[in-house]
Write a protein that binds this ligand. Structure first.
Ligand SMILES: Nc1ncnc2c1ncn2[C@@H]1O[C@H](COP(=O)(O)OP(=O)(O)O)[C@@H](O)[C@H]1O
Ligand SMILES: [Mg+2]
Length: 274
């Protein structure tokens, strides 16, 4: 069975594609067969990331590993209903093409599209990167502006809830493991970091997700995109690019520990080893 990992959050810029790419490379490096589906049909950041990787590999004669890419196109049908069912089938077919893979990583757009909703229903693991801000928190839950208390779930949590419900109805064994990660944590702004963190801890048990540490806010994550590389490609004697600063070493550790915290089946990664 292919374990499906969906990167989702109804907001752009929170780190879905960057995390997807790091996850893909981590799983490839541990010897797994990995499939990739880019559902952000407009920005196509994951597709571009992988194209950059291919170019870098060819230009520099570096032997890099790649996932099996399964393409999905938007439906061009006029009728809304027909278009939806066409997209449902298209995604199903894209996943079927990855049947021999141990993992399928699906990168979703930062918007509530039909393809994204369907992808969430196929998920075994949902990974939601969140920036350290109450603007991002608002997509998970509403807060009472006066008391600061959580008043109820919000847009994205409702989408996950719906996905869980539909998965349960289809009789697929096991639930969806939903992991929220705090991405781009800054070393400063400690008070806001703590405030958002406290609220997330409070919310986690109420709406059924668990928290994991994401990536710190580091320039290196932005710089690697044009080369199609991840922190996990750096370091070592044969590495295409050497790790040059302490910040890079820390970043590499944090990407390893993120993958470990997902507790994915059949991987060498697990929390204790991080
Ligand atoms: N940990 C990080 N530190 C610094 N920049 C980051 C980090 N994670 C992502 N970014 C940058 O933030 C922007 C948005 O990230 P991206 O992964 O494309 O988000 P999304 O897919 O959710 O829209 C990109 O410019 C990316 O390089
Ligand atoms: Mg993206």
């Amino acid at each position: 069975m292919t374990h499906v990992i969906v990167l989702g959050n109804e907001k752009g810029g929170s780190g879905k594609s960057t995390t997807a790419m790091h996850l893909i490379v981590a799983l490839l490096k541990s010897g797994h067969k990995v499939g990739a589906i880019d559902l952000d049909l407009r920005q196509q950041s994951l597709t571009r990331y992988l194209e950059n990787r291919k170019n870098f590999s060819e230009l520099n004669g570096k032997d890099l590993s790649f996932p099996v890419v399964s393409e999905v196109h938007a439906s061009s049908l006029d009728s809304r209903e027909a278009s939806k069912s066409c997209e449902t089938e298209t995604l199903q077919a894209a996943l079927s093409r990855l049947e021999g893979c141990d993992f399928a990583v699906i990168d979703c757009p930062g918007a509530n599209t039909h393809l994204s909703r369907i992808a969430h229903k196929h998920a075994d693991t949902i990974v939601t990167p969140l920036n350290d801000s109450f603007v991002d928190f608002d997509l998970l839950a509403r807060l009472d502006p006066e008391t600061g208390k959580i008043t109820g779930p919000s847009l994205y949590s409702e989408m996950v809830w719906q996905a869980r419900k539909e998965r349960a109805m289809t009789g697929v064994p096991g639930g969806i493991d939903w992991v929220v990660i705090r991405n781009r944590l800054s070393a400063t702004r400690a008070r806001n970091k703590k405030n958002v963190g406290d609220k997330l801890d409070d919310l986690a048990s109420r709406i059924g997700f668990r928290m994991a540490r994401g990536f710190g806010d580091r320039v290196i994550y932005r710089e690697l995109f044009p080369m199609g590389l991840t922190l996990l490609d750096l370091g070592g004697r044969d590495a295409p690019v050497r790790l040059s600063t302490m910040s890079h070493v820390t970043a590499r550790l944090e990407s390893r520990s993120l993958v470990a915290s997902l507790n994915l089946p059949q991987t060498e990664f697990h929390e204790e080893a991080a």
